[in-house]
Design a protein around this ligand. Structure first.
Ligand code: UFG
Length: 342
């Protein structure tokens, strides 16, 4: 297939691009490099530096079969203080992209949605039919796109799949080059814990230790980025089998959670980091982070039933791959001799 990947210079987008290429697809990456890295665009993909609001000429020229849409702002705390960036980039930007797709008759799309669309759940595991009550503009701006896709499927015969990610971690490690998380502003638990393990930060703050969970810390559902990528390839295949466009009958919009179906607490993640890195990784109890639900766990039954998808990599594998990637990025911090020669 000829696939346009928006946000393909980012963490998840670059890994999915590499896996699409490996599966034999032709890929063009569209990324404005506002948070992505040009050197993360896998060799073999064409690259256009532009935002999703400038996709029109690319779609006009490319004869694409489908779009995989990652480009977005994705920092929850930033979305609380600068919501306009999230509505503009994530929602208005996606609407512009969908209009360009419609104009050029590219009607298949896999969209990077999020567990943040659900907000604080009444019960876990979270089903796709659970209420969507996002607690921040990031989740709301993504939920709006899910609604856009439902209406474009109905009215304009799009074949769309929204994948709602839970906590993505890990890296794609290959001898030809590795891809992983390297955000300018790091807020996620596993990369922060690895920075502590490497001595780049003094200690990890355990945000909340009196939650109603087994050890008092928050429980999240971690999913390896390679398992996530596998789901995207399956979603793309499914979208390509569904009828879309004028000749194709009705459209469709599938929404699927992507999680492991089980949870790990913050303390369990820290234990895994200590086990894998062999470093002490000091952690201290700290107050709750405002807005953090106690437990977020996905039901992945629908992804299994509809996509035939099952995650295969556990938390230790995620931490181990993320640590390998960190060591490649920062050898001077992780080399035991401290001379950067690994
Ligand atoms: N945490 C710490 N210390 C840290 C960083 C995180 O204790 O230094 C805790 C958090 O409080 C939370 C857990 O580790 O309990 C996981 O936090 P992350 O920031 O790694 O991930 P979140 O669960 O907050 O965020 C994830 C996705 C977001 C999505 C959100 C929905 O990464 O994209 O779920 O709630 F929006």
């Amino acid at each position: 297939m000829r696939v346009l990947v928006t946000g393909g210079a980012g963490y998840i987008g670059s890994v999915v691009t590499a896996e699409l290429l490996e599966a034999g697809h032709q890929v063009t990456v569209l990324d404005d490099l506002s948070t992505g890295h040009a050197d993360a665009v896998p060799a073999g993909a064409d690259f256009v530096q532009a935002s999703i609001t400038e996709a029109d000429p690319v779609l006009a020229a490319g004869r694409f079969d489908a779009v995989v849409h990652f480009a977005a702002k994705s920092l929850v705390p930033e979305s609380m203080t600068a919501p306009q960036l999230y509505w503009q980039n994530n929602t208005v930007g996606s609407l512009a992209l969908l209009e360009s797709m419609r104009r050029h008759d590219v009607r298949r799309i896999v969209f990077s949605s999020t567990a943040a669309t659900y907000g604080e759940p009444d019960t876990v595991p979270i089903l796709e039919s659970s209420p969507t009550r996002p607690t921040n503009p990031y989740g709301a701006s993504k939920l709006a796109v899910d609604h856009l896709l439902t209406s474009y499927a109905r009215a304009h015969r799009f074949s769309a799949v929204s994948l709602r990610y839970f906590n993505v971690a890990g890296a794609r490690i290959t001898p030809q080059g590795s891809l992983g998380e390297r955000h300018a502003t790091e807020t996620h638990l596993i990369p922060i814990a690895l920075q502590v393990a490497a001595g780049q930060r003094e200690q990890l703050l355990v945000n909340g230790v009196h939650y109603p969970t087994a050890d008092g810390s928050c429980v999240r559902d971690y999913i390896h980025v390679l398992d996530l990528a596998d789901a995207h390839l399956r979603a793309l295949e499914l979208a390509s089998r569904e009828p879309a466009g004028d000749g194709g009958g009705g459209g469709s919009h599938l929404i699927c959670n992507l999680g492991s179906g089980s949870g790990s607490s913050v303390r369990e993640v820290i234990e895994s980091v200590r086990r894998i890195t062999g470093r002490p990784t000091p952690a201290v109890d700290a107050p709750n982070r405002p807005g953090d639900p106690a437990v977020l766990i996905a039901s992945n039954d629908k992804a299994a039933a509809v996509l035939g998808w099952r995650p295969t990599r556990d938390l230790d594998q995620m931490v181990s791959d993320a640590w390998d990637f960190f060591q490649q990025l920062r050898p001077e911090l992780t080399d035991p001799r401290g001379d950067g020669d690994v």
